[in-house]
Design a protein around this ligand. Structure first.
Ligand code: GDP
Length: 529
């Protein structure tokens, strides 16, 4: 039996990420969440601090210029009786691979919707990803200080477009200039909104009950009457919160507010810490691993370079699945079959790197990586396990990469292989020549790669177009058939950064023909690490 302190540590953890369309307010909400978590003294400093910290590195400069967040960071803070881990995801579409993998490391998600716009493209895509694991979703309708769409219509849209039932927990009173606050359906109280308090935790005024003269006095008789009528309708027509359905990803509690005005974010955090699951089990090739298993296990879902320009190292982000990490402990690096001693893992208290003394299932720790750790690697206390479900996606964009100075070919290859281990980009080496082909999911990744090759590996590289349109990882159980396929299709085959055989097709027609011609060969659009 695991001891009670250990179980308490695990049960109080909530590990989540925010999914949203760019501009819906993810960064602003993150700031307010950290403000409530007492991790920030004043909201409005997340972006500022980031840019100081990254000032020295070229590719981060690029990120700053374009106003996008390329990096994923992890922030830990206490709220109510919980310890919350918030994993930031890159918002820009070009970095969606990173986002997908980050979503494998959380137990719940906060979906932020711009209430003036409703369900947008990227939210739709990210919701599809969360569906693969039935991740529980909490919803925040943002920007109530603007003129928004009809709230009932917004819920309808979420239900039909995202195929998830909505259970409003709060209900807005007016919007835009007339935004008065929200009525909390579960607490039967109205929480009044005040403007101009976006940077601090507000002193709020609450009014108990709906049939309360104070409410009429505070928001006006006609608005109060309208609210009572609307709520009757809403409560009749919408779903009631149900924890089971929430945990199975079928129903989402919905909150309304304004991140900029710092209103409603705390209601959402109350719900999230109360209902969102503590660390969930994860599947391996052998068995399911439960969080309260005392033996330590974890997997790496992201590798990132140069987080701190002073230490030019790479950090492997590991989600602890079970047990407890303590400083100096020995872990088994399963893929290499090696024991490693981890003396200096880092934790992420509100974005600052700190040395971790101990960490528990549900937490993320950062391991210093000198090239031996790859995305998808499993670490245990001896057991031979491999966590499954951490994907690589077949790239859709390809370019040949060339050096300005041909003598640096070795460095170029080393740089590309390391960047591909990080998942920043994928690299393919055709079987028939010495080309290096870079494959990416989004076009911005190409620029990042050239900037980083220059700053970290001191090589000047340029791109040329290449006649590749799509790629598939291939394998075949029958060795003879595979050998024949290799021989016949040699001009379309390449090895990726991890030496996996890949079919690089000049066109989709060509790919389809080969798939028809070699039915025993499997063509995969994703590759599990
Ligand atoms: P992200 O791209 O999802 O991270 O969105 P940001 O947090 O950067 O917000 C995008 C823009 O919307 C910024 O100009 C914010 O100031 C603004 N914004 C965020 N929340 C609100 C809100 O509640 N009300 C209003 N009016 N603007 C907001």
């Amino acid at each position: 039996m695991a001891d009670q302190t250990f179980l308490n540590e695990i049960n109080k953890r909530r590990t989540f990420a925010i999914i949203s369309h760019p501009d819906a307010g993810k960064t602003t909400i993150t700031e307010k969440v950290l403000l409530f978590g007492k991790a920030l003294q004043q909201a409005g400093t997340v972006k500022g601090r980031g840019s100081n910290q990254h000032a020295k590195s070229d590719w981060m400069d690029m990120e700053k210029e374009r106003g996008i967040s390329v990096t994923t960071s992890v922030m830990q803070f206490p709220f109510n009786d919980s310890l919350v881990n918030l994993l930031d995801t890159p918002g820009h579409e070009d970095f969606s691979e990173d986002t997908y993998r980050t979503l494998t490391a959380v137990d719940s998600c906060l979906m932020v919707i711009d209430a003036a716009k409703g369900v947008e493209d990227r939210t739709r895509k990210l919701m599809e990803v969360t569906r693969l694991r039935d991740t529980p979703i909490v919803t925040f309708m943002n920007k109530l200080d603007r003129d928004i769409r009809d709230p009932m219509e917004l819920l309808d849209e979420v239900e039909t477009e995202l195929n998830i039932m909505c259970a409003p927990v709060t209900w807005p009173i007016g919007c835009g200039k007339e935004f008065k606050g929200v009525y909390h359906i579960h607490r039967d109280e109205t929480i009044l909104y005040q403007t101009g308090q976006g940077h601090t935790i507000q002193e709020v005024r609450t009014i108990k009950g709906l049939d309360n003269a104070d409410l009429d006095a505070a928001i006006g008789e006609s608005l109060a009457e309208q609210l009572r009528e609307e709520l009757e309708l809403v409560i009749g027509a919408s779903h009631e919160f149900d924890k089971e359905l929430f945990l199975s990803g079928e129903l989402t509690p919905v909150y309304f507010g304004t991140a900029l005005g710092n209103f409603g974010v705390d209601h959402m955090l109350d719900g999230l810490t109360e209902w969102a699951p503590s660390p969930l089990p994860r599947q391996t090739d052998e068995r399911e691993v439960s969080a309260d298993d005392e033996k330590f296990t974890g997997f790496v879902f992201k590798i990132q370079a140069n987080m701190d320009p002073k230490h030019r190292d790479r950090i492997a982000f590991m989600r602890i699945v079970s047990g407890k990490y303590t400083q100096g402990m020995k872990m088994n690096h399963v893929r290499l079959g090696k024991q490693v001693s981890i003396s200096d893992a880092v934790t992420f208290m509100a974005g600052d790197r700190e040395r971790a003394q101990e960490a528990f299932a549900g937490d993320i720790i950062g391991l210093h990586n000198h090239g031996t750790i790859q995305i998808g690697d499993t670490f245990t206390q001896g057991e031979k396990l491999k966590f499954s479900g951490i994907p690589n996606f077949a790239p859709e964009l390809f370019r040949r990469i060339r050096l300005k100075d041909p003598l640096k070919q070795k460095q170029l290859l080393k740089g590309l292989v390391q960047l591909s281990e990080e998942g920043a980009v994928q690299v393919f080496r055709p079987l028939i020549n010495n080309d290096l082909i870079v494959g990416a999911v989004g076009v911005l990744q190409f620029d990042v790669v050239v900037a980083r090759l220059k700053s970290e590996y001191n090589v000047d590289a340029i791109y040329e177009s290449v006649n590749v349109q799509t790629a598939r990882w291939v394998n075949c159980e029958d060795e003879k058939k595979l050998a024949e396929f290799r021989r016949k299709c040699e001009q379309n085959l390449a090895l990726d950064g991890g030496d996996n055989l890949t079919y690089i097709a000049p066109s989709r027609v060509n790919l389809n023909l080969s798939m028809e011609r070699y039915p025993d060969v499997q063509f995969h659009q994703t590759r599990e690490h």
